[in-house]
Design a protein around this ligand. Structure first.
Ligand SMILES: [Zn+2]
Ligand SMILES: [Zn+2]
Length: 153
């Protein structure tokens, strides 16, 4: 709990009950929740809070570098309280976002074209594909299995 307060202070964000409640909820999540999901949970402790307040607070947190925002494949934005450098796996079917403990190797140079014209602040790597649940689901509805023709003679 104290670490949350430290985190707010470090980012020069003044402490309000709303902000504390929102941050507590996001830090308890490891599945990169959307603003809607966070709102539903914050409402359980602060029933009068509006969606707009939750959304604006999340945006402030992002601007101050307190949390990260991920926009998976043009889906709704998802928020990430894990500030440890990491990459993401995004399922292209169900939009599940999972942390991957991998980052751009420090000794690997950036592409020449980037270095000459841009200043890179942060590298975010996304691995795209199918999560295990989606793979299983797709396997179980393979046409060959489902529509097996039984011979009647
Ligand atoms: Zn999936
Ligand atoms: Zn993450």
């Amino acid at each position: 709990m104290n670490s949350i307060i430290d985190r707010l202070k470090k980012c020069h964000i003044s402490l309000t009950p709303q902000r504390l409640a929102i941050l507590k909820v996001i830090l308890a999540h490891h599945d990169h929740p959307s603003a809607e999901v966070l709102y539903e949970e914050v409402r359980q402790t602060l029933p009068t809070i509006s969606f707009n307040t939750v959304y604006k607070t999340l945006e402030t947190f992002c601007q101050k570098g307190l949390i990260f925002k991920i926009n998976p494949l043009h889906e709704v934005a998802r928020y990430d309280g894990n500030l440890h450098p990491h990459s993401h796996f995004i399922c292209t079917r169900c939009f599940r976002v999972e942390d991957v403990d991998y980052q751009w190797p420090e000794d690997l140079p950036l592409p020449e074209s980037l270095n000459s014209s841009f200043k890179v602040d942060r590298i975010s790597i996304q691995f795209l594909g199918l999560c295990s649940a989606c793979q299983q689901e797709l396997d179980s509805i393979k046409p060959g299995k489902r529509w097996r023709v039984t011979k009647t003679s």
